[in-house]
Design a protein around this ligand. Structure first.
Ligand code: SAH
Ligand code: SF4
Length: 399
């Protein structure tokens, strides 16, 4: 991995309105809740539905934060809104742009905590990788975020706020009065919940935020363009299919319980058998196409031919429509594993491919700015565990 300095780094150059004391933030409320909040604060019940729709459109279709600019509302009503409410999203602290165009943002949320958001531009599209928690309760031994304790769950406002922040930075809000042109390629066309945290341990907030992202009168991303990645919280998967309906990715990473218990310790609670069963029923409920199996390639740990054969065997036995995303391990300071060689990764991919499954090898993006998968960790929450501790947990001894 390259250690070169990022091309650009702006510090505090994107001013954001910080939440002001006492005002209610309207961002992140469901439509139903927004209506209630307006009524509770003096909007006549008869008008509440229309007002909700109008305000919703300003906030999520046109990216407007200032009530004064919401010109289809009366001046007096705008002033009233401004007294009681605010439209606040996380503040951007730094933005780094990688040599390959990947953008990594450090955003500050209430309490002074920081989370990372990564934008990955691709030909004719672009993916935003967002965070759902500060830190993580789980302790996957190959993951940088896993060395950081859970600080707190993000609110729905902070989750959808990451998307709004990126749309600001990409200058991708349509002019007020117009709609996002669905025939044109979008800079921010896909969302992946693959940043910091386990999204299914913050279910309600993730759900409410993704509902907003999918709303046809707002950001208008199809549920097919939103992928939630989980380490395997089996108990929440049926709800994810029913209540969100987005695509699912599973951090699979190992084909035996013995190895997965170490790499993805949540496996001790839900073993491979129950995980595979839950994955098999997911697409039927959510009408999603295929489950993405994420598989991080760790030298000598999970990358043998036998692993590849077992992997496709398990997917086939359970009849899961799947694609397998092979992720070359991204190193981070003190990480106890090494990346498999390119030849090994290719050999593994060939076995999967020859068994009839798509097996793309994920190209690490933004490595020079530590924006690649699993490298995210907020600077404010520095190394909580020593290398020795990490190695001990990874079953590597102290040598
Ligand atoms: N908590 C969720 C989502 C965040 S992790 C989950 O575990 O699925 C997003 C993806 O990055 C997961 O597949 C995770 O296993 C992978 N990942 C974590 N650390 C990594 C690393 N160092 N190198 C490559 N991929 C990593
Ligand atoms: Fe948490 Fe996912 Fe990292 Fe595991 S891989 S520690 S679940 S963020």
């Amino acid at each position: 991995m390259t250690a070169s300095a990022p091309i650009t780094q702006d510090v505090h150059t994107i001013p954001r309105k910080l939440p002001e004391g006492g005002k209610i933030n309207l961002v992140g409320l469901t439509r139903a809740r927004l209506r209630e909040v307006l009524i509770e604060n003096g909007t006549a019940e008869k008008q509440a539905k229309m007002r909700t729709n109008q305000i919703w459109q300003w906030i999520y279709q046109w990216g407007v934060r200032d009530f004064a600019a919401m010109t289809n509302l009366s001046k007096a009503y705008r002033a009233e809104l401004d007294e009681k409410f605010e439209v606040a999203i996380p503040e951007v602290v730094t933005r780094q742009i990688s040599e390959d165009g990947t953008r990594k943002y450090l955003v500050r949320i209430a309490g002074g905590h920081e989370v990372e958001v990564v934008y990955i531009p691709e030909e004719g599209r672009g993916t935003l990788c967002i965070s759902s928690q500060v830190g993580c309760t789980l302790t996957c031994t190959f993951c940088h975020t896993g060395t950081q304790k859970l600080v707190r769950n993000l609110t729905a406002a902070e989750i959808i706020g990451q998307v709004m922040m990126a749309r600001d930075d990409l200058d991708e809000w349509p002019e007020p009065g117009t709609r996002t042109d669905q025939d044109q390629p979008r800079l921010l066309s896909n969302i992946v919940l693959m940043g910091m945290g386990e999204p299914l341990y913050n279910f309600e907030n993730v759900r409410d935020a993704m509902k907003i992202a999918m709303d046809p009168e707002g950001i208008q991303l199809s549920r097919r363009r939103i992928t939630l990645s989980t380490s395997g919280v089996v108990s929440e998967m049926a709800r994810t299919a029913e209540e969100i309906g987005c695509q699912l990715a599973i951090s699979y990473h190992a084909t035996t319980d013995e190895v997965r218990d170490v790499l993805v310790p949540i496996n001790k609670r839900w073993k491979l058998g129950s995980l595979l069963e839950a994955l098999a029923s997911y697409p039927k409920v959510s009408n999603s196409e295929r489950i993405t199996f994420e598989y991080v390639m760790l030298k000598g740990v999970n990358d043998s031919d036998a692993d590849a054969h077992r992997l496709v065997g398990q997917i086939r036995d359970y009849g899961i429509p799947a694609k397998i995303n092979l992720i070359p391990f991204n190193e981070w300071p003190g990480s106890p594993y090494e990346r498999s060689s390119n030849n090994r990764i290719r050999a593994f991919a060939d076995i999967v491919h020859n068994a009839g499954y798509s097996s793309p090898i994920r190209k690490p993006r933004g490595e020079d700015i530590m924006a690649a998968c699993g490298q995210l960790k907020s600077a404010t929450e520095r190394a909580r565990k020593s290398r020795r501790q990490i190695e001990a947990e990874a079953g590597m001894g102290n040598s």
